[in-house]
Design a protein around this ligand. Structure first.
Ligand code: 5GP
Ligand code: MG
Ligand code: MG
Length: 180
């Protein structure tokens, strides 16, 4: 698996250090709000569990699965709800946890959906942000790292369902997806 990686962008240690900082900020913001933390499956699950352990707050956790990639390395722009939340979001303070924001279609879809359902506030924490990829205007409130416009895998990010369990974030060798 490691042989398919061109370059490591963020090591396990760098990820941990940045998560410590982000979690402190989120703890300060949410300590009196009892937020509902919504983890966007499947990519953000690793980031979410590592973050919530660092956050000293009362919070609930839920998951939503949306899909826009359909297995390739670029977004189709269309977002589909694959698995809905269990929770009622009405009048709740919502914190969305994402792995990466690229075109912004997924995030815009989620924010619109939660606001439509009556959420009190919706904020976003993403491990990675690819500002160059943006096609719709949407902003994350908390960003771990701004990343270049390359196809990344690891620490939750997949290529065709694989590589999520790499403990670091890296650039996938183009040869891996070019041969498919
Ligand atoms: P967006 O809707 O902003 O284009 O994309 C959001 C989703 O696309 C992310 O949650 C992630 O699943 C996927 N994605 C975007 N960029 C990358 C990338 O570089 N690598 C991987 N593995 N997935 C990505
Ligand atoms: Mg995602
Ligand atoms: Mg994916």
């Amino acid at each position: 698996m490691n042989n398919d990686i061109e370059r490591v962008l963020y090591s396990k240690e760098e990820l941990n250090r940045r998560m410590d900082e982000l979690a402190d900020q989120l703890t300060a913001e949410y300590k009196d709000q009892r937020p509902l933390i919504i983890s966007v499956m499947t990519g953000a699950v690793l980031f979410t569990v590592d973050m919530i352990k660092r956050m000293d707050i009362m919070a609930k956790l839920d998951f939503i699965d949306v899909s826009s990639y359909y297995g390739g390395t670029s977004s189709t722009g269309k977002v589909k709800l694959v698995q809905d939340l269990k929770s009622d979001v009405r009048n709740r303070s919502i914190l969305i946890m994402e792995d990466i924001v690229d075109t912004g279609h997924t995030l815009k879809y989620l924010i619109d959906l939660l606001k439509e359902r009556g959420a009190k506030s919706v904020k976003v924490c993403t491990l990675l942000d690819k500002p160059e990829g943006r096609q719709v205007e949407v902003k994350a409130d908390y960003v771990g790292f701004n990343v270049p416009n390359e196809f990344l895998v690891g620490y939750g990010l997949d290529y065709q369902g694989y590589y999520r369990n790499l403990p670091y974030v890296g650039i996938l060798k183009p040869a891996v997806y070019e041969k498919n």
